[in-house]
Design a protein around this ligand. Structure first.
Ligand SMILES: [Zn+2]
Length: 168
């Protein structure tokens, strides 16, 4: 598998000092508890037991994270309704991204534990990453963080609109 090169992520990974975080210092919980800030916090959809938020440090355009509303880090702690809701969210978000960006494929999955690359190991989350043929060489040419943050706002607006109007 080819690895996407995204230099702005080093700032993100370097920002973690503590080994674990409680729900108060958790950016997922912060988003869960502040629905009026969806636009600022880049939340694109809320479901009954989970929600979808754009990754501020994306591997690719449209990189979205799906997390349960509860502050749990272990896959084993997911209830059946949460599992169903998360898969439904992954299905809807990928359909939304498909309709906007026409990607050629997706990477969907989770990094469980810091050793596996999880940035926030204490709040379980799944990645939905759109992929385009040849995007590994394309993203390596983007090194300006500002370019990415501008498109994040556009993505939040477009994707949340599409998801709100989705009949699933
Ligand atoms: Zn949390």
């Amino acid at each position: 598998m080819e690895i996407l090169w995204s230099p702005w992520r080093s700032k993100y990974i370097g920002s973690f000092k503590d080994d674990s975080i409680n729900s108060e210092g958790c950016f997922f919980c912060n988003a869960v508890n502040n629905p009026e800030k969806d636009e600022d916090l880049l939340v694109v959809a809320r479901f009954e037991y989970c929600f979808a938020i754009l990754n501020k440090f994306p591997y690719n355009n449209g990189h979205t994270l799906i997390a349960p509303l509860r502050h749990i880090g272990d896959l084993q702690d997911l209830s059946e309704v949460e599992m169903f809701d998360i898969i439904k969210a992954i299905k809807n978000v990928s359909a939304g991204l498909e309709s906007i960006y026409k990607p050629h494929g997706f990477n969907v999955g989770a990094n469980l534990g810091r050793a596996a690359g999880a940035g926030v190991p204490d709040h379980l989350h799944f990645h939905v990453i759109p992929r385009w043929n040849g995007d590994t060489s394309f993203t390596s040419t983007i090194s300006d963080t500002k370019v990415v943050s501008v498109s994040l706002e556009d993505t939040q607006r477009e994707l949340s609109y599409v998801l709100k109007n989705m009949k699933v």
